[in-house]
Write a protein that binds this ligand. Structure first.
Ligand SMILES: [Zn+2]
Length: 432
């Protein structure tokens, strides 16, 4: 305790000196820029209802008065440019440089999203670069054909690969009446595993809700104060792997934990105001979705996922364990085929693929059933290039963690790197 006070006394004069000297030389104080970044994001959110995914900062930064009748594109773009200009002197600053670079990436995304919301078309590639800070390889049909061949050899029977995959998968659909129990059990298990490794605030908790008619399978609405509302789309076919995946993606150690650690470590402990706003279309989502998807492998490394499925989930759902080994092998290949979502989205946005062709690709190369293919396409239309956060974001997080020693043989190192990722302002460039 005493040590803390001593540090504070030394720290405050340094900080105020730093800010005064910047002010004298005509440079905007950093905290003012960070606050105005939040104000701008909330102002955009007044018009674009998908823009703000979460906000738990002070009410004083919320827009006052009624919004304008017409979307004020030019004014919002102008504010974005001013903030980008004000950040410039901080980019190479020793103590604030990382924050400045992080906010710069977020503001670049604001700029692109404002233009898109105003109806300006943007290619898939431009969106990926400016909204999420990445450039991705363009995968052609051959990439998927090779993986599909592997699937063909693995699945029992002959003929259409998708039909054979669905036959296998349909053995593992959780009956309606068991769904709630299974989901809650999966979340409880991933939470238990996460809490063993990550120190979470005692007050953290989530609420689970069932919804219909959404283009996604699950959603975490972070409410601030370490609380989440997790929504599960009950329209989806409740395959066992999906339910386990949603539990860790939306809950532990995925979005709920990511937002909780950000709020605790960066907003409350360090007082970084920019953290209080989570803008959906921003590089932050690449890390959030990538870590959300990779979270399952952190909580259930190696064989632990299949062991948990066999010993807990299947018996609870009243399902037979026969064929589960083959199913998980097939899922490993299907995981790699997920990139088809990216490629379909690329072509749909760029106007080189029509809806029928998109559904055909999703079913043939992604092994989606018809209803999931239709849902995936409507997701791409609504959220545009956002889908790359799941596919490319996952690759980025996985490669980063495993390259740095967080392999399935070293779960504690994996957790350590994962926690770092969930507690720092990391940009996509930091991980490449
Ligand atoms: Zn997500």
């Amino acid at each position: 305790m005493l040590r803390k006070h001593v540090l504070l006394i030394i720290f405050i004069p340094l900080l105020s000196y730093g800010q005064n000297s910047k002010q004298k030389s005509g440079i905007t104080p950093f905290n003012q820029i960070a606050e105005n970044y939040v104000r701008l994001g909330l102002a955009i959110g007044q018009y674009d209802s998908d823009f703000v995914d979460a906000y738990y900062g002070p009410d004083s930064l919320k827009p006052v008065g009624v919004k304008e009748a017409i979307f004020p594109k030019d004014r919002l773009l102008n504010t974005t440019n001013i903030l980008l200009e004000q950040l410039r002197p901080y980019i190479k600053d020793k103590s604030l440089g990382k924050r400045a670079i992080w906010i710069r990436g977020q503001l670049t995304a604001f700029s692109r999203r404002i233009k898109m919301f105003a109806g300006e078309p943007a290619s898939f590639e431009l969106q990926a670069k400016e909204l999420f800070g990445v450039e991705l390889p363009n995968l052609g049909e051959d990439h998927f054909r090779i993986l599909l061949n592997q699937m063909d050899q693995l699945l029992p029977g002959r003929g259409d690969v998708n039909a054979r995959f669905q036959t296998l998968a349909n053995r593992f659909v959780i009956p309606r009446e068991k769904l709630d129990t299974v989901i809650k059990t999966c979340i409880a298990e991933s939470a238990k595993r996460t809490r063993k490794q990550v120190e979470l605030p005692h007050s953290e908790e989530f609420r689970l809700e069932y919804v219909n008619g959404k283009p996604w399978s699950g959603y975490n609405w972070y409410q601030g104060n370490y609380k989440s509302l997790i929504q599960f789309n009950s329209d989806i076919t409740a395959l066992i792997d999906r339910v386990i995946d949603i539990a860790s993606h939306e809950g532990y150690p995925g979005h709920h934990v990511y937002n909780t650690l950000f709020e605790k470590n960066l907003y409350h402990n360090k007082g970084w105001i920019e953290i209080s706003l989570y803008p959906l279309f921003s590089p932050q989502s690449l890390i959030a979705e990538g870590s959300g998807n990779y979270g399952l492998e952190v909580a259930f490394p190696g064989e632990e996922k299949i062991n948990f499925t066999k010993s807990v989930v299947l018996p609870l759902a009243g399902l037979d364990t026969t064929g589960i080994g083959a199913y998980y092998q097939a899922l490993a290949i299907k995981g790699k085929l997920q990139h088809v979502r990216t490629e379909v989205t690329r072509r749909v946005i760029n106007g080189t693929m029509n809806d029928d062709e998109a559904i055909r690709w999703l079913m043939n190369y992604g092994l989606f059933n018809k209803e999931d293919a239709v849902r995936s396409l409507s997701f791409s239309r609504k959220y545009q290039s956002y889908v790359i956060n799941y596919t490319y974001g996952y690759d980025l997080v996985k490669n980063y963690i495993e390259r740095n020693g967080g392999t399935s043989n070293n779960p504690s190192k994996r957790w350590e790197l994962f926690k770092w990722l969930l507690s720092n302002e990391v940009t996509p460039a930091d991980m490449q």
